[in-house]
Design a protein around this ligand. Structure first.
Ligand code: PHE
Length: 336
């Protein structure tokens, strides 16, 4: 037995390992499950009891020898591979800088809007993109079958096959979040509500079936139109620069009375033009009633602005579809 062990030991020591292939042959011959070391241990049964301890020790030494020869040879082969680079490679040339990714231009524009309203004392709320008719329209003072519902082409989602059950809608604006917020929290409420909205519109460079809005709402006792305009002007100055030219026009929304729209002057190659940046107004008393607030006691203002428009102006993007293609060649132009 001892001789057999010695001869395996010698074989292991003499085995020449100089390549991946011979390393693998070594492994198969000695270390694998059917290898010689394993077979050697199988012979243990035939060893007389009083010799078992000594023979076992001898066998273990052989096993350790095989393992360490394998490990050493493997390490040596690996390190040889790493250093064998082509002599004409210049390893002192700096590597290409990695493109580490950046925030989407919409996220960057939204972050700016958020930080401005945060400074003005607003917190952030949100609501679902899949809405019901009540929150998207009825509670916002859109009467049933009123043409104002057509101002916003709506995607309807069938809830079930039951014809009597009302369809859900993909929200057409962030204003339904106002309703949820006022039902959840008693005044004072001072919050902005960013989110994605959907309209069933033809896709062009200027319009898309989805875009992003930021809704604003302030409800308390004695909230005035003067405060609304002051807030919007402050926002415009912080967003577009202190020399921004702006104007406020009367407008109409079912959920605000009176309603306004705000434009800022945009300089371009053709000399410049007014661009609408938001809709706003005093929360209509019917809306306050719909959420159970007393319009004699509380008043509020609301506004809604488009994030896509702001991002497009800010970064000189002339096609809204670029914002949704997620093409890395486009996105990498907006480092953050
Ligand atoms: N929800 C309106 C829109 O999407 C914008 C708006 C919000 C107007 C709040 C007034 C007050 O067109």
């Amino acid at each position: 037995m001892t001789e057999q062990i010695e001869s395996i030991k010698k074989e292991i020591s003499d085995f020449v390992i100089e390549s991946e292939e011979t390393l693998e042959s070594f492994r198969l011959e000695f270390i694998s499950r059917n290898g010689k070391v394993q077979k050697m241990f199988a012979g243990m049964g035939a060893v007389p009891k009083e010799q078992k301890a000594a023979v076992g020790k001898q066998m273990n030494e052989v096993k350790i020898l095989a393992k360490s020869r394998f490990d050493e040879a493997k390490l040596k082969l690996e390190s040889e591979q790493q250093t064998s680079f082509d002599a004409k490679d210049d390893i002192t040339i700096p590597a290409d800088p990695n493109y580490t990714g950046s925030f989407h231009p919409l996220t960057q524009a939204l972050d700016e809007i958020k930080s401005i309203f945060y400074r003005l004392g607003f917190n952030i709320s949100d609501g679902p993109e899949l809405e019901d008719d009540f929150h998207n329209f009825t509670a916002l003072n859109f009467p049933a079958d009123h043409p104002a519902r057509d101002m916003q082409d709506t995607f309807f989602i069938r809830k079930s096959d039951d014809r009597d059950e009302q369809d859900l809608v993909l929200r057409t604006h962030t204003s339904p979040v106002q309703i949820r917020l006022m039902k959840e929290q008693s005044p004072p409420v001072r919050s902005i509500m960013p989110g994605r909205v959907y309209r069933n519109e033809a896709v062009t460079a200027k319009s898309y079936f989805q875009f992003n809005q930021v809704e604003g709402l302030y409800v308390d006792e004695n909230v005035t139109m003067g405060e609304l305009i002051e807030t919007l002007v402050t926002f415009s100055r912080l967003m577009y620069g202190s020399d921004v030219r702006y104007r406020v026009r009367p407008s109409f929304f079912p959920f605000t009375e009176p309603s306004i729209e705000m434009d800022v002057w945009w300089n371009n190659e053709k000399g410049g033009q007014w661009l609408e940046i938001l809709g706003a107004g005093m929360v209509d008393p019917n809306v306050l009633e719909a959420v159970g607030l007393d319009p004699e006691r509380y008043s509020g203002y609301a506004f809604g602005m488009g994030v896509d428009r702001i991002a497009m102006l800010r970064y000189g993007i002339d096609d809204i579809r670029l914002l949704y293609d997620n093409d890395i060649r486009f996105l990498s132009q907006f480092p953050s």
